[in-house]
Ligand binder design. Structure first.
Ligand SMILES: NC(=O)c1ccc[n+]([C@@H]2O[C@H](COP(=O)([O-])OP(=O)(O)OC[C@H]3O[C@@H](n4cnc5c(N)ncnc54)[C@H](OP(=O)(O)O)[C@@H]3O)[C@@H](O)[C@H]2O)c1
Length: 312
């Protein structure tokens, strides 16, 4: 059976990917002590520590490695740029290099935010990135390090929503939690993105590996929308009050890191090379809601240690 190693298995994508892949593959995940009683093997590793990569590869002996570990919070990256550089730029290059030497298929996760959002039309993989902040700069450096070390690697620029271990990580959870509690929230009308249900991201990544793809891909949803519109879609699906969402500009948000306004990314290359359509936003939203009805958020939260404190 193919052995799949997932770094950052406690993250939003990592946990969903592990649970999806478990159906067909032997899954081994790495975490920093957050996971308990997950239904797959977990190796504890701080990937910023020396010898961590060698140690997890020796233990897991994987055929495939998907790197979901990152410093993925934009504002934390502005606050801790050195940490962002190690995790988002250097680590991916080191993983890509070792995987190339050992014949392990490697997938690295990047971001739609490598673009500055100034282009009026949709971005393709051919467009020049121009990152606006520490997060996106370090993610772009990570892409380049991976490309150089391992041209056979897959680099996937993503953006997704779903249920996380903490219950508060994704934009989908933000709207469900706040609107469910009757709390008014802002929805940005001037940030356009292409959200996709995280379980679909997971399935697409596995399909890309199965198909033997390599290189740079946009692995996002095929329907662009503003963050405000996304909130309205969530409210409508979950039967929550749309009027609690105020349409606002991101410029009035007070967020530290600059955000790109247009992150419309083309999925043409992905759907052509996979030979299939990217699932529709509405289908993903339906599944997100079905999971909610079936108690999936509570199920995955039960995989988190109760007294877990994130390492500094
Ligand atoms: N969320 C999105 O919509 C989105 C959008 C664009 C790109 N991406 C990219 O997609 C990937 C996954 O994102 P995500 O939202 O799933 O991120 P996430 O939930 O923040 O997960 C990040 C993972 O990295 C782990 N990690 C952090 N520091 C580590 C260290 N020193 N050693 C080992 N592991 C460490 C975290 O472990 P702990 O749980 O212990 O902190 C966690 O498992 C990232 O590359 C991100 O940049 C995500």
């Amino acid at each position: 059976m193919t052995r799949l190693l997932i770094t950052g298995a406690s993250g939003l994508l990592g946990i969903s990917l592990a649970l999806e892949a478990l159906r067909e593959y032997e899954v081994i995940g790495t975490d920093r002590g957050k996971l308990k009683s997950a239904p797959f093997q977990v190796l504890r590793a701080d990937l910023m520590e020396k010898n961590a990569i060698a140690s997890i590869l020796d233990s897991a002996q994987p055929d495939w490695l998907i790197n979901c570990a990152a410093l993925a919070n934009l504002d934390e990256c502005e606050k801790y740029p050195d940490r962002a550089r190690i995790l988002n730029s250097e680590l991916p290059g080191e993983l890509a290099n070792v995987c190339a030497k050992k014949g392990i298929r490697f997938v690295h996760l990047s971001t739609d935010a490598v673009f500055d959002g100034e282009k009026a039309a949709i971005y393709t993989e051919e467009d020049q990135p121009n990152p606006l902040g520490v997060y996106s700069q370090t993610k772009l450096e990570g892409e380049r390090a991976v490309q150089e070390a391992n041209p056979k690697a897959i680099i996937a620029r993503v953006n997704f929503f779903g249920w996380s271990l903490s219950g508060t990580h994704s934009l989908g959870e933000f709207f469900v939690n706040n609107l469910g509690a009757g709390q008014p929230v802002n929805g940005f009308t001037d940030v356009i993105f292409c959200p996709i249900f995280v379980n679909y991201t997971a399935r697409l990544l596995v399909a890309m590996l199965e198909k033997g793809l390599c290189g740079l891909y946009h692995v996002v949803g095929a329907q662009p929308m503003s963050k405000y519109q996304f909130g309205l879609e969530i409210a409508h699906k979950f039967g929550l009050r749309e009027s609690l969402i105020s349409p606002k500009s991101v410029l009035s948000s007070g967020l530290t890191a600059r955000r790109s306004h247009n992150l419309r990314l083309s999925t043409h290359k992905l759907s052509t090379d996979l030979g299939r359509e990217i699932p529709r936003f509405s289908t993903g939203l339906d599944e997100f809601y079905t999971q909610y009805q079936q108690g999936y958020p509570q199920k995955i939260r039960s995989y988190q240690q109760e007294a877990y404190e994130k390492p500094a």
